[in-house]
Design a protein around this ligand. Sequence first.
Ligand SMILES: [Zn+2]
Length: 280
Amino acid sequence: MKVFISADMEGITGVAAAEDVVKGEPEYERGVDLLHGDVNAAVEGAVDAGADDVLVNDSHSSMRNLDRERLDDRADLIRGNTKPRSMMEGLTDEFGVALFVGYHAKAGTPEAVLNHTFFGHALQSLWVDDTEVGELGWNARLAGSLGVPVGLVTGDDATVTEAHDELTSPETVQVKEGIDRFSARCRPAAATQPAITAASCRAVERAADGALSPAQAEGPVTITASWATTNQAGSAAGVPGVDRLDGRRTAVTAEAYSDAYDATVGMLRAGGSGTDEHYG
Ligand SMILES: [Zn+2]
């Protein structure tokens, strides 16, 4: 089975504050150490369960956080942040399961560690039709549109709750408990990483048994972004196919979810360009 891993960083073991995930900050390098630990733990579990092809997509900010030399040799790595499908680049309908490692709750989730949706400041919320989604729900629906279930989500307690709201009986690993947006009570890697390996193994085994359900993503669909400022909405609306709904909101509509997703990547990049801070 082919296994896809989307690796974000805010929901990694031991990560609590913005400084832990922003390149250039002294704490970032230790965050990267922990990122490799959690991602390699997931690769280990997938291989244990019989995965014969593991693809890891670096999904955080610059998307140049994972080091090829330190990532498990049994996985391929997609590195770089200009890829058309962003956090989900590389996933096709040939994969049996997707695993979300180091994810975080959507913007506005109370006491959720580093909660945001795509941008820390620029984007207030993202909606699929009438449902507000975070990166987890937005990406899971793309996997679903390709017939691929999301079998594992790791992150803080709020992320685990969001995973159970969005997905049908996923494996989850809570690596920390949020105290507020920039503080967390963190479990040791000695506990979380073996748990990630075991949960990844179970997820791949359950996918092989046909016991996981892909997220529903029926078209036609409208994806709406609510921006912090009118100039961000204006920039987003400059992309062909993006509609300006009002001062803060822009939207894309498509018959197929995958087309709406691709258009959303362009809308978000245009609206967020020029913002001074985004940790992805
Ligand atoms: Zn991130």
